[in-house]
Design a protein around this ligand. Structure first.
Ligand code: SF4
Length: 506
């Protein structure tokens, strides 16, 4: 599960990333129009927004950070919980106030909520002009042109092949140090509570050469950390004999076959000759890690049933692969896990945690997602979640109470029968437990020295820098003149449950 805070571009970016323009009309022949993007939900959504901007740029759109200045507003949405959708509806009504005074303003809803509600969204939100699902972003220039022609436009086609592999995302909200790279799309898991398989479609993996190329490009631009993103990265699988193709809604293959637009196509084709087998996630991870020892590599999210010992050994073998795994458990009770269709039980999960600590090391950071009050959950089942937390001692968790999503397996099969007040009480107990564990974990770090990658000023003061350890802990320390994107050693002096505080000791 993901949090749903809005991710808004902080600075106007003039940085141009290459995207071969597939139309006859180029940016130089068009008046520049301002595009305002607002993203909700997971990091995949932020990565998608970067793809959207790259697609629209050659069609005469430049990014603005002010929605009042915008000619086109896109909200990239999350549908994982009802609350996330309500937030988007409120935001739409704010934007629609502007539209009353600016009738040419185009407002579009992208992403999971668009995919879930489809035409219904156009009917319910009268002032929305465009509805586009996660696999329809290449079609956005046509959808915008349709609106320019006086019609509303929708494309919620879900592809089995689209990975946007050939598109270099234009980084939004970037600190210039950490970048997110999408390595796959969709999910085949069908967890009973989850709407993602319906909104993001079938699982497909992106060409590894385009991933390695993108990681190398961001390293050369000065970034020092990449996070490889997917709903279930450990099931990444790519075959050289089945390259992806891309299609638009009307079924025409309107865009170049993967990598034909790339100047490195010869190099990539040559590399393909050397590939004998399917590339799995462990192999991809190793290839990205080998780009440069100064490039940190992270990944998210891991499904406990799919993370392999090969991945764990690869993490161990490369110092620059961060020793941190987001391994959502969702519940500590085996009966509830079965109802959730998670395909593992409590014991199996705990064995996976032991494998991580044995192979990667006892200090490997582990975080989780927790759902309180899933259908039929008893007090005893809930106590199993708390006791599992005690056994694992997570460093961090995303914690929610169960929110039924229409169309999911759970909504169709099980009654949402835990009263809201009980869900909230259980959630609070989970949050309190996690806070204790996070604090205990951070207290153990006092007196230790860790290498920290500086990400920028701390949230509270420009006199302090903020960065992360390789186990993903946030460290705040006095700004002693060193630069963003550099590695420093920090001696930890004190902590809160969320942050380590220390001094540079180089
Ligand atoms: Fe949803 Fe389960 Fe897929 Fe995660 S693994 S996106 S929870 S269906």
């Amino acid at each position: 599960m993901e949090n749903s805070a809005p991710i808004i571009p902080s600075t106007p970016s003039l940085e141009l990333h290459t995207l071969e323009d597939s139309s006859d009309v180029t940016a130089s022949t068009l008046p520049i129009r301002n595009l305002y993007m607002e993203s909700y939900g997971c990091q995949m959504n932020l990565a998608d927004s970067e793809v959207v901007v790259s697609i629209l740029r050659p069609h005469g759109f430049a990014v603005t950070t002010s929605y009042e200045q915008a000619d086109l507003i896109f909200i990239n949405t999350c549908a994982i919980r009802d609350k996330a959708e309500q937030t988007v509806r409120k935001r739409l009504s704010q934007f629609n106030q502007i539209k009353r005074h600016k009738p040419d303003l185009i407002i579009g809803v992208l992403g999971c909520m668009a995919e879930r509600l489809k035409q219904q969204l156009l009917e319910e939100e009268k002032l929305v002009d465009i509805v586009a699902g996660p696999d329809a972003y290449r079609d956005l220039p046509r959808l915008v042109a349709t609106v320019d022609g006086g019609h509303r436009a929708i494309n919620t086609f879900l592809s089995r092949e689209e990975t946007y592999a050939d598109i270099s995302p234009m980084r939004l909200n970037s600190n210039g140090v950490t970048a997110f790279i999408s390595i796959m799309r969709g999910c085949d898991n069908m967890c009973s509570f989850c709407v993602v398989p319906f909104t993001r479609g079938r699982e497909r993996s992106r060409d590894p050469y385009s991933i390695v190329r993108e990681a190398r490009e961001v390293f050369e631009q000065g970034y020092r950390e990449v996070t490889l993103l997917g709903q279930n990265v450990d099931s990444y699988k790519w075959s050289p004999t089945k390259p992806s193709t891309t299609k638009v809604a009307n079924g025409h293959s309107a865009f170049p076959v993967l990598n034909q637009v790339d100047s490195q196509v010869v190099e990539i084709q040559q590399a393909r000759v050397d590939v004998q087998e399917i590339i799995n996630f462990a192999q991809l991870l190793a290839q990205v890690a080998q780009i440069h020892p100064d490039l940190r590599v992270r990944f998210s999210t891991s499904h406990p049933k799919d993370i392999t010992n090969e991945v764990l050994h690869t993490m161990k073998a490369h110092d620059n692969i961060c020793k941190y795994i987001h391994l959502p458990v969702q519940s500590g009770n085996s009966r509830i896990l079965q109802l959730m269709n998670r395909t593992y039980d409590r014991e199996w999960y705990l064995q996976k945690v032991r494998d991580i600590r044995n192979i990667v090391g006892p200090s490997c950071g582990i975080s989780s997602d927790m759902i309180a009050g899933f259908c039929t959950e008893t007090e005893e089942d809930h106590q199993d979640t708390l006791s599992l937390m005690d056994e694992v001692q997570y460093d961090f968790s995303y914690m929610f109470y169960y929110s039924e999503r229409p169309g999911t397996l759970a909504a169709r099969k099980y009654a949402d029968d835990v009263p809201l007040v009980v869900k909230k009480t259980r959630l609070q107990e989970i949050i309190d437990k996690q806070r204790q564990h996070s604090l205990a974990s951070n207290l153990k770090d006092i007196g230790q020295t860790y290498q920290v990658l500086i990400e920028g000023p701390s949230k509270k003061s420009n006199d302090y820098w903020q960065g992360r350890t390789n186990t993903n802990k946030v460290v705040v320390f006095k700004n002693q003149g060193c630069a963003k994107g550099k590695y420093v050693n920090v001696h930890i002096k004190t902590c809160t449950s969320a942050t380590l505080l220390g001094d540079i000791c180089d």
